[in-house]
Design a protein around this ligand. Structure first.
Ligand code: NAP
Length: 463
């Protein structure tokens, strides 16, 4: 075996191990108990994939690679340190970088190969570039909306879906022409431009509340474009990793849409998430009952069964460790405390599981929505900490509500409801929550971390 063949053999083995690690990583990440292994497997798989690529015989000079490595590290390290609540927009930025890379590689490959591009190659190149450009701009838009540097509200106009679909149809038509005539270089920049424009046009009508679902869909596109790049570069590893990314992103989008009782078409074309100023303004006038930390502590310690409902506000306030102290203090008094987990509480799937696990709250105390909902009528106190939309009974009763039909946690069926939030601001969907005006509801106004800390102190717990 000559040196080149030997090298190629080693690279293939490294890629095979990396592919297996990517598959195991996804498998392990599906359960909180094995999730850390999943992260490790993914990281090692990625290091192996990079190492295998660096051994490639085609590399004649490592200078540019070294520069790219330094640049990537400079951008990547701070991105890895963002707050948990900013992870959706951080993820969108990662997709944008990946898609940018895919688009650049696709463009370079086209100009290197034209006019001699076989039909199959030109087809995957077109898919790679259209999806890559769309995902690049779409992800930047999504990150901008979530970071609130761009307006969150949907921007819509008459005939918008027709315009978007026509744009895509033109891109596909030109791509077919290029497959048949790969020398028609002049059409390539048009395909690229339409991909970039489609990324902006398809994300502007989608409201902030749907952005996490859109990001997961863009994740899927990024994966598919990477898989297409794998065909172009003849890399099985890229095909496998791209297919895993594409399918898992798609499955996640479907799960999120289901949890909000929305169809995919409704998320992508529905212009959901408009801020409903009238409902919010009307809310000020309705009366609510409020209570102090001392009163809340007395009610909680007299209860037998308490269900805590965490939401986005607990995440922003970083209150999970105080919540753990509350769990300890109440458990010590013999109160049965469990946590109700809504699949889209917070700003990303699994957001609450991650935070509560970080505070070492036992997994068996975390109960999924469908399993806990039947228990609320026998629950003495439902303590809602910074959650809003996921507890909104209008989703069950008000046909005109934008969240009508979304499965919610039935906290209003508990004997007493206590809600910790800072004021009467709406949640992410921007709508009024009738839960706050029920006779059985007590509002505990304050920052989640501070208020829970005060209750713990009243209970004589904490550090
Ligand atoms: P939410 O409806 O966004 O409400 C969060 C509440 O927390 C707000 O009403 C806010 O009220 C309160 N809050 C904010 N900061 C706080 C602090 N420091 N201390 C105490 N309270 C604080 O949250 P959610 O119930 O978790 O619902 C999640 C929303 O995101 C849903 O609309 C869901 O559809 C959407 N979404 C989530 C995902 C996902 O994957 N998780 C995906 C797509 C969409 P104040 O300002 O009055 O304090």
């Amino acid at each position: 075996m000559n040196e080149f063949a030997g090298n190629q053999h080693i690279i293939e083995v490294i890629y095979l191990v990396a592919s297996a690690l990517f598959i195991l990583s996804l498998k392990w990440m599906s359960s909180p108990t094995t999730a850390r292994h999943g992260v490790w497997a993914g990281e090692i798989g990625m290091v192996l994939a990079i190492a295998g690529t660096l051994l490639h015989h085609g590399i004649v000079d490592y200078t540019w690679i070294a520069i790219a490595l330094v640049l990537g590290t400079i951008i990547g390290v701070p991105l890895g340190m963002v707050q948990m609540t900013a992870v959706p927009q951080r993820t969108a930025l990662s997709h944008a970088f990946g898609a940018f890379c895919v688009t650049l590689v696709g463009t370079a490959e086209f100009y290197l190969r034209t006019p001699n591009v076989p039909k199959f190659m030109m087809s995957v190149l077109s898919i790679e570039v259209i999806l890559g450009a769309l995902t690049f701009n779409g992800s930047l838009m999504a990150a901008g909306k979530l970071q609130e540097v761009l307006p969150q509200r949907p921007i819509t106009y008459k005939g918008q879906n027709v315009v978007n679909l026509t744009l895509l149809a033109i891109a596909i038509g030109l791509a077919v022409y290029l497959v048949l005539n790969p020398g028609a270089k002049q059409f390539f920049p048009i395909i690229l431009g339409i991909g970039l424009a489609a990324g902006v046009m398809m994300v502007i009508p989608i409201g902030g509340a749907d952005m996490p679902t859109v990001i997961s869909l863009l994740n899927s596109y990024a994966g598919l474009s990477a898989a297409a790049m794998g065909f172009v570069l003849n890399s099985k590893l890229l095909i496998i990793a791209g297919a895993l990314d594409g399918s898992s992103g798609f499955i996640l989008s479907v799960i999120m849409s289901k949890a909000m009782n929305r169809s995919f078409a409704n998320v992508v074309f529905g212009a959901f998430g408009q801020v409903q100023t009238s409902a919010v303004a009307g809310e000020e006038a309705k009366p609510v009952k409020s209570a102090t930390a001392e009163e809340a502590a007395a009610i909680l310690s007299a209860a037998n069964k308490v269900v805590i409902v965490p939401g986005y506000g607990m995440a922003v306030a970083q209150a999970q460790h105080k919540v753990r102290e509350l769990f300890d203090a109440l458990s010590k008094r013999g109160v049965d405390v469990r946590f109700a987990i809504h699949p889209v509480a917070g700003r990303m799937p699994g957001h609450m599981n991650v935070l509560l696990a970080e505070a070492d709250i036992p997994y068996d105390r975390l109960i999924d929505m469908e399993d806990v909902n039947g228990d609320f009528p026998q629950t003495d106190v439902a303590l809602v900490i910074g959650a809003n939309d996921v507890t909104n009974p209008a989703a069950r009763t008000d046909k005109s509500s934008p969240i009508y039909g979304m499965p919610i946690l039935d906290v209003d069926k508990a004997h007493t409801v206590m809600v910790i939030k800072r004021g009467m601001s709406p949640g992410f969907a921007g709508i009024d929550n009738p839960l706050y005006h029920l006779d059985k509801t007590l509002m505990l106004f304050g920052d989640a971390k501070g208020f829970v800390g005060n209750i713990v102190r009243e209970l004589g717990g904490g550090h």
